[in-house]
Design a protein around this ligand. Structure first.
Ligand SMILES: Cc1cc2nc3c(=O)[nH]c(=O)nc-3n(C[C@H](O)[C@H](O)[C@H](O)COP(=O)(O)OP(=O)(O)OC[C@H]3O[C@@H](n4cnc5c(N)ncnc54)[C@H](O)[C@@H]3O)c2cc1C
Length: 568
């Protein structure tokens, strides 16, 4: 059997390697347009930044090593320009000319190319993308050559990584994103710590604005933004998303949807003996049922392996699982990660859900270095099925999101998280891990032990309720909701009459720093007959939701302002 694979990186090479392990007799030909196979796309930003010093470290494999180790016929510089399903052949162009290569099984893993929106001026030589080893080498050379000002278009995962490494190289960097916040797949409150960290790194973050045009100049290009402002740059990085690199296959009759190859659960396309995997395909979101691309390395690698199984062992091959879109990114000292559905996707399909926020420490509070895990959990309204999770913070974000991704894959409810027996010692976690605590919080919410209110409802809550702030007076002085009544939670039991009189029949809406003390206060009030609810995630979540507007909304006490003025 001859298996021909188009694309020699994540999905394609996983398929080739697995096929060889299953069948010593198969002829396996990998056709790769570029100069490299099996290169580390995901490592490219770190090469630009210099954290990965040596370019060779990006080349995980070479055609020679693949020939020796796996007897693969890997042909770089071979561009597949046609597909004839009737004769089962692909047309390939290389320096040797054009040839037709027959196949018994064809696997398409051509990936995606950087999207190029119709922004006038993008043909400027100062505009670069970050997709290939050559792109990364060119960017690093530009940075080495003394670029002073860079503008990155797009604050998705690659744009944020690119902005960070440029800023760390001392380049004055602006990051432009048309969505209302950076890392648009995250919910706004989870994106905020990333914005703050980007700013701490010196990056000028502009959200809610689009790049309208690039005007080529002698010494630098000028970028005109949709808010009327301009920026000047020696280097522009275009990172506004990707589009499946499938034109040649669509033109050859492979069924596509929005340019992405349509596949079934085994990766089969509309043509016989043709499979497809990776960024070139679309998949179904297992939570929302929405069809969308998932341009991530894990799903591409795993699908490549499963397609090899289906070609060579169809009776036992497992279907390709629907990816949850579990993703993670490091920005300075902050890690942000997500799995499953976000708020926008759930609202789009009309799934009734509740959102929980919590900020437990990543390890025991008494052990040095404890920092919060800012955790958001979306759970199904009626039964608490976990629909999605996001987390930002320092250490331990990867661990929590991976546990939650596993829980979602196994269709666990949030209260099931209480029972997870997770590893604990003070440097690593807490006896009640952040994930267990999320389960406990959800159980309380689902059975009515705890009522929550959401920071995004602040305006209506202020209009209709008494806001009761149960933090200490020192905490209140750092920023409080104007008009809120302040009673530390330790004094609440003795001051219920004060609350009753201030509420004057209105509901009482509680808040504290993270939602823990206000939950205790809620139990006190609820058992005393108040209509009470606790702010989900407390002031930490409220500040993240308010973002740049926190200063306008929250009142800082005059004493504190004076103290800060003196310190300054
Ligand atoms: C800078 C960067 C950082 C990333 N970081 C992460 C990360 O941290 N985590 C993560 O999960 N994912 C990350 N990704 C995404 C991840 O790399 C992709 O999802 C994954 O590589 C997709 O695998 P694939 O096989 O579909 O395509 P690719 O790995 O892109 O491989 C496709 C190959 O096919 C070749 N090709 C295309 N058309 C043809 C043709 N007609 N003939 C011959 N060859 C062809 C291309 O030259 C390319 O080499 C990152 C991507 C980039 C660019």
């Amino acid at each position: 059997m001859r298996i021909v694979i188009v694309g020699g990186v994540a999905g394609g090479m996983s398929c080739a390697a697995r096929a060889r392990r299953l069948d010593e007799s198969a002829e396996i030909v990998v056709l790769e347009r570029g100069a490299h196979v099996s290169f580390a796309n995901c490592g490219l930003p770190y090469y630009v930044g210099g954290e990965i010093e040596d370019q060779d470290a990006l080349l995980v494999q070479t055609p020679e090593r693949l020939r020796t180790a796996l007897n693969l016929d890997v042909r770089t510089g071979h561009d597949v320009i046609g597909l004839h399903a009737e004769t089962r052949e692909v047309v390939v162009r290389s320096t040797a000319g054009e040839e037709r290569i027959p196949y018994d099984a064809l696997v398409l893993s051509p990936g995606a190319a950087a999207a190029r929106p119709p922004i006038p001026g993008l043909q400027s030589p100062r505009v670069r993308t970050l997709r290939s080893v050559e792109d990364a080498v060119a960017l690093r050379e530009r940075a080495d050559a003394g670029v002073r000002r860079a503008v990155v278009f797009g604050a998705g995962f690659i744009g944020v990584e690119a902005a960070e490494v440029l800023a760390l190289r001392g380049i004055r960097t602006m990051l432009v994103e048309w969505a209302p916040h950076v890392l648009p797949p995250l919910d706004e409150e989870q994106a905020w710590p990333v914005t703050e960290e980007l700013r701490r790194l010196g990056i000028d973050v502009r959200v809610g604005v689009a790049a309208e045009r690039v005007v080529q100049g002698e010494d630098a290009d000028e970028i005109v933004l949709s808010d009327g402002t301009t920026a000047s740059a020696d280097l522009i990085v275009l990172a506004v998303g990707v589009r499946p690199d499938t034109a040649v296959f669509e033109a050859s009759g492979v069924a596509c949807e929005h340019g992405a190859i349509v596949t079934d659960e085994h990766g089969r396309t509309s043509l016989p003996a043709v499979w497809a995997v990776g960024d070139a395909t679309r998949s179904t979101d297992p939570i929302t049922g929405l069809r969308r691309p998932v341009a991530l390395a894990g799903p591409a690698n795993r699908a490549g392996r499963l397609v090899a199984d289906h070609i060579l062992r169809p009776e036992t091959a497992r279907p390709i699982p629907q990816p949850l879109g579990t993703a993670i990114v490091r920005v300075g000292t902050v890690t942000a990660a997500m799995t499953g559905a976000n708020r926008a996707a759930l609202e789009r399909v009309g799934i009734a859900f509740r959102t929980l926020h919590l900020h437990p420490n990543q390890h025991a509070g008494y052990f040095p270095g404890a920092v919060p895990v800012h955790l958001t959990l979306h759970i199904r309204e009626d039964d608490g099925l976990i629909l999605g999770a996001q987390a930002t913070g320092g250490d331990g974000i990867d661990k929590r999101i991976d546990v939650l991704a596993t829980a979602i894959r196994n269709q666990m409810t949030a209260p099931d998280l209480i029972d997870l027996d997770l590893a604990y010692a003070p440097p690593y976690g807490q006896a009640k891990d952040a994930v267990n605590l999320a389960g406990m919080l959800s159980a309380n919410v689902l059975d009515g032990t705890l009522q929550l209110w959401d920071a995004r409802d602040l305006d209506s809550v202020r209009a209709e309720s008494l806001i009761l702030d149960v933090r200490t007076m020192a905490e209140v002085a750092t920023g409080a909701i104007p008009g809120a009544l302040g009673i530390p939670h330790t004094e609440l039991r003795d001051r219920l009459d004060e609350v009753r009189s201030a509420a004057a029949g209105r509901p009482v809406r509680l808040l504290c720093a993270s939602g823990v003390r206000s939950a205790i206060a809620h139990r006190v009030l609820a058992q005393s007959g108040f209509d009470s609810a606790s702010l989900s995630g407390g002031m930490m979540t409220l500040r993240a939701v308010l973002g740049d507007h926190a200063g306008e909304v929250l009142a800082v006490s005059e004493d504190r302002q004076a103290a800060e003025g003196r310190a300054a």
